[in-house]
Design a protein around this ligand. Structure first.
Ligand code: G3P
Ligand code: CA
Length: 267
């Protein structure tokens, strides 16, 4: 028999589909985003880069080889070149024909329909990325209403959250769009020192922690700085239960459907 779901509270953590429902469809494509929607995720997480001709597009790696039939550095290609590539065949024949999405097309299809967790990918390599992402969000009216308070049901309402490993990049985005909630991605325990967290909390509403950092003590510390906590990338039952029990407000996972069986929903 399936193990009983772990109960957590007072709120079920948000379920954020990492690069879409990427366990079951090619990451960062419309196939993965549609599946995330069908699997009941609260947010789609996606990675945004800038093409040579200044168009924001959705792809994780710096290079094209792993997830497309192209070669070389993705951001050195024009949007037209990127769109001519196949981004699904590597995952399975059924997905051949999937394309690299334009960021604006994602906003047009999903803005307001499901939450979007937008990662500014390698912003140090892509000058102008923040400006292009902000312009697209503004064009689609996804400007955020206010800087939402962490920790209560209210913060669930943000239609778009922008996140990055780079605090300077988030700062630049925040200057262009002061009302969009921001998230800082953290992978090492040293980054969770009190003083550093307080500095981040001036800019970010969320800290997105690598799963090894999902410990009650550390989560409490981040909450103490005023930020909500997401945890990435949780793909096993044990990890999901641990992150939820540690007090995570949201869990980034490749398999949003599995997550529902692991963690009991609380109203
Ligand atoms: O949400 C955090 C996670 O997406 C960061 O890692 O490499 O999957 O972009 P990566
Ligand atoms: Ca990402």
């Amino acid at each position: 028999a399936a193990a009983k779901p772990a109960a957590v509270g007072p709120f079920r953590p948000l379920v954020l589909a990492h690069r879409g429902a990427s366990a079951d469809a090619p990451e960062n494509t419309f196939a993965a985003f549609e599946l995330a929607l069908r699997q009941g995720a609260d947010y789609i997480e996606l990675d945004v880069q800038l093409s040579r001709d200044g168009v924001p597009f959705v792809l994780h790696d710096e290079k094209l080889e792993r997830t497309t039939d192209g070669r070389g550095i993705a951001s050195r290609r024009t949007m037209r070149e990127l769109e001519s590539l196949d981004a699904g065949g590597w995952f399975g024949e059924a997905y051949r024909g999937e394309r690299i999405p334009r960021f604006e097309e994602v906003l047009r299809r999903y803005g307001g329909k499901i939450g979007l967790l937008v990662e500014l990918k390698d912003p140090q390599l892509q000058p102008g990325l923040e400006r292009a992402v902000a312009a697209a969000l503004i064009r689609f009216g996804l400007t955020g209403e206010q800087r939402l308070e962490a920790g209560g049901p209210g913060w669930r309402r943000a239609p778009v959250i922008v996140q990055s490993f780079s605090l300077p990049s988030l700062k630049r985005l925040g200057e262009l769009m002061p009302s969009v909630p921001l998230g800082v991605i953290l992978s090492r325990e040293e980054e969770l020192e009190q003083s550093r967290l307080h500095e981040m909390a001036d800019i970010a509403t969320y800290a997105n922690l690598r799963k090894q950092l999902a410990q009650p003590k550390l989560v409490r510390r981040v909450h103490g700085s005023g930020m909500a906590v997401f945890v990435w990338t949780v793909d096993r039952r044990r990890e999901a239960v641990q992150a939820a029990a540690a007090g995570a407000d949201g869990i980034v996972t490749d398999g949003p459907d599995r997550f529902r069986d692991w963690i009991k929903k609380t109203p």
